[in-house]
Unconditional design. Structure first.
Length: 716
């Protein structure tokens, strides 16, 4: 009798009862020899026991849908067989009558090849989406404004460009990028100066040129040249311009005059009302300084317009707000009639007019609901704010309809791409201009630093890219690490393959941690997709898009944190840290807003606040947390939220050496483990990363947020 043949006849999802029927017809030694391990799935809540018997207490509980590795059959149960499984890295037993084989995942599509190119500067010719993967199904990470410079480092065969993005790379369509000159090295700094007032950084030497950002008073700028009354400065490894009038050279104690508004008050065009919590900014740019945040329903005196921005009276001067969130007087009276509602079938731009060249007001996520009021060719006019806007009809499905043939839309296919990185394994490793010790040194790396791996040479060197610059390191001090990116619908995954075994990682951690749960929490395979614990792999550099109003709703009743939704959202946007993570971290560290540090403690004559437990070491958490808060000048709850977000971003998420962009990486730091040490870890609590995840899932569900970006570690 062939047991494999008999099971195949039953079907892919053979039940344990069917296994039992086959098992009873053959000797147990034949059964054991022929058993093939598989992934099982619980069909109901299921007891886990340390022996194959109901007479022993349970040692755990599996929920319906949980998956696990089945390694053998251990005799009959009342309704089927006892199955031997792997549970928390140990052998255990469950009743097989309540287990089916888990569905086998389809094999992902082959990775899209990215050809490396010599880095060059490009410029966007229209508003342009930055995507996680090089295709239209890739998650939109951000939208660049027309005229924004980008650094191109690679290309694909079907028209996508790989660009430098934050501490890594992302993709844009080549159709909307014009090429500039090659980037050989960052411009040489002549001197470092300091701004004497808030100061616009521009693309050219004219006040009509595009504003790239606004520097705060006291910011340092690296000057690389002059042009009449303008200074040429290093900006993101490229060049930009600032007015020399508001920049002081080193040693120049005479402050430059501050810019001022005309003394005559500007004429008010109309008084509008904010339709949501709204930032007031120093300039007409989302990168400029936030002066204040107006509550929904606030009145603003509009004195002019600047593109999609409104110029308003603010504290006897002027400031700017987005026109998308300000209603004109009487605008709510003419409410357009809704013809039908629809659902977006992909991420979709909302535009000011029925044209791809018109201004993008926002980008709707796939699955968003829209209210259609009219059609205009291939465009739909939809309700937007207190007015209307336009979207392409190609990506909106009328509610109540289905795809052709009456079938439901199939799940989005998994699409993939790969990137190869290097991890520095030595200390003080030189980054050189060429493949040899005779070449000049560009910089040196700390142990565990992460770089982009380009190619290997025949003489023992590896060509790498770091901060947009190519160079070489000795292959004796670098090891290769591969990241595979997958996306299915609204969820994207990066799987980072670390060049070490789980046993090696565990051995390093055991040198500093003797917890009995260490192996369980360190092993990423113990956490399944779709569970709250999986949020420990969420990329913390990815913004969720939650609004201040939604966060305030989520924080009701949470002590000192209540009402600070705008602070969390604006801090997250300013430092590019996931908003939901910041909220969940604060809830954990402050005991839902009730800890002493969160509510302010007196320290050296100052009342200081700390929302994230930063500096609150186990030996003396209160004084440690207060000391760091005083150092950061966190004198209000808002100071602590902004300061904490900045500190976490700089020291962990965007750390040049480790880039700990998930809760798992903040807790365990696998790049440091590859380098040979359990170092630079945020917490000593073994379960720290998982303890925040239930709140994160709860907040994502309550706010109805869909797009998720995970980075999951894999050990050999």
């Amino acid at each position: 009798m062939n047991p494999n043949h008999s099971l195949a006849a039953i079907g892919t999802f053979a039940t344990a009862a069917a296994v039992a029927a086959v098992a009873s017809a053959m000797p147990s030694d034949v059964l054991a020899a022929s058993f093939q391990p598989y992934t099982g799935q619980a069909t109901t809540t299921l007891n886990v026991r340390n022996t194959p018997s109901t007479g022993q207490p349970r040692i755990g509980l599996l929920k319906q849908g949980d998956t696990f590795q089945v390694t053998g059959i251990a005799g009959k149960s009342e309704k089927g067989n006892w199955l031997k499984i792997v549970y928390k890295n140990k052998s255990a037993y469950v009743d097989g009558a309540y287990v089916v084989k888990a569905a086998v995942k389809s094999k992902p599509a082959p990775a899209q090849a990215v050809q490396k190119v010599s880095a060059y500067q490009g410029q966007t010719t229209d508003n342009l989406n930055i995507r996680f993967l090089p295709n239209l199904k890739g998650t939109i990470l951000a939208t660049l404004q027309k005229g924004t410079p980008v650094t191109v480092i690679g290309k694909t065969s079907d028209g996508w460009l790989q660009i430098s993005y934050k501490n890594g790379s992302a993709y844009v369509s080549s159709t909307y990028v014009s090429a500039g000159g090659s980037i050989v090295a960052p411009p040489k700094t002549i001197y470092t100066a300091q701004t004497t007032s808030n100061l616009n950084v521009r693309t050219g030497t004219s006040t009509s040129d595009k504003i790239l950002t606004t520097l705060k008073k006291g910011s340092n700028v690296n000057v690389v040249g002059t042009s009449s009354s303008w200074l040429k400065i290093n900006y993101n490894n490229s060049v930009a311009y600032v007015s020399a009038k508001y920049v002081a050279k080193p040693g120049n104690s005479t402050p430059a005059p501050s810019p001022s508004e005309p003394s005559a008050p500007a004429k008010v065009v109309y008084t509008g009302t904010t339709t949501d919590d709204l930032n007031v900014r120093a300039a007409a740019s989302t990168s400029s300084q936030i002066k204040a945040t107006l509550k929904k329903g606030s009145s603003v005196e509009v004195i002019g317009t600047s593109g999609s921005w409104l110029k308003i009276n603010y504290n006897n001067g002027v400031a700017y707000v987005s026109s998308s969130y300000v209603a004109k007087p009487g605008s709510t009276l003419a409410t357009p009639k809704v013809q039908y509602t629809g659902t977006t079938t992909d991420d979709l731009n909302v535009r000011a007019a029925a044209s791809t060249s018109s201004q993008i007001k926002t980008t709707l996520k796939k699955g968003s609901s829209v209210e259609v009021v009219s059609t205009s060719g291939s465009w739909l006019e939809i309700k937007y704010g207190n007015g209307t806007a336009y979207v392409s009809s190609d990506y909106v499905q009328k509610d109540g309809t289905s795809t052709s043939g009456g079938q439901q839309t199939a799940p989005a296919p998994i699409v993939t791409s790969t990137n190869t990185y290097g991890v520095i394994t030595g200390s003080g490793v030189n980054f050189r201009k060429g493949p040899g010790t005779s070449y000049g040194k560009l910089t040196s790396f700390q142990k565990g630093a992460k770089v982009e791996w380009l190619t290997t040479t025949d003489n023992g060197w590896v060509k790498i890219s770091y901060n947009g610059q190519d160079g070489y390191v000795s292959d004796a001090y670098i090891t290769q690490e591969t990241v595979t990116n997958e996306q299915a619908g609204d969820v994207a995954y990066s799987y980072t393959k670390y060049p070490m075994t789980f046993g090696q990682a565990l051995a390093l951690e055991q040198k500093v941690n003797s917890s009995s749960d260490l192996a369980y929490y360190l092993n990423p395979n113990n956490f399944q997709q779709g569970t709250p614990d999986y949020f420990q792999f969420l990329k913390l550099s990815s913004l969720s898009g939650v609004t201040a109003s939604q966060v305030n709703s989520l924080l009701k009743g949470d002590g000192i944190l209540a009402g600070h939704g705008a602070d969390f959202v604006h801090a997250a946007q300013k430092y590019s840290v996931n908003e939901i993570y910041l909220v969940a971290h604060a809830l954990l560290e402050t005991g839902n807003g009730n800890s002493s540090l969160a509510n302010g403690v007196s320290y050296k004559g100052y009342t200081v606040y700390n929302m994230f437990g930063i500096g609150a070491f186990d030996l003396d958490p209160l004084n440690g947390g207060a000391a760091l808060a005083l150092q950061g000048k966190w004198y209000t709850p808002a100071d602590a939220i902004f300061g904490g977000a900045k500190w976490i971003a700089a020291n962990y998420i965007y750390n040049q050496n480790y880039q700990q962009d998930t809760l798992y990486k903040m807790r365990w730091n696998p790049d440091a483990l590859v380098g040979g040490s359990a170092a630079h870890q945020y917490a000593t609590d073994t379960g720290w990363a998982v303890k925040q995840t239930s709140n994160m899932e709860k907040l994502y569900v309550q706010a109805k947020l869909k797009n998720l970006l995970y980075d999951v570690p894999q050990y050999n």
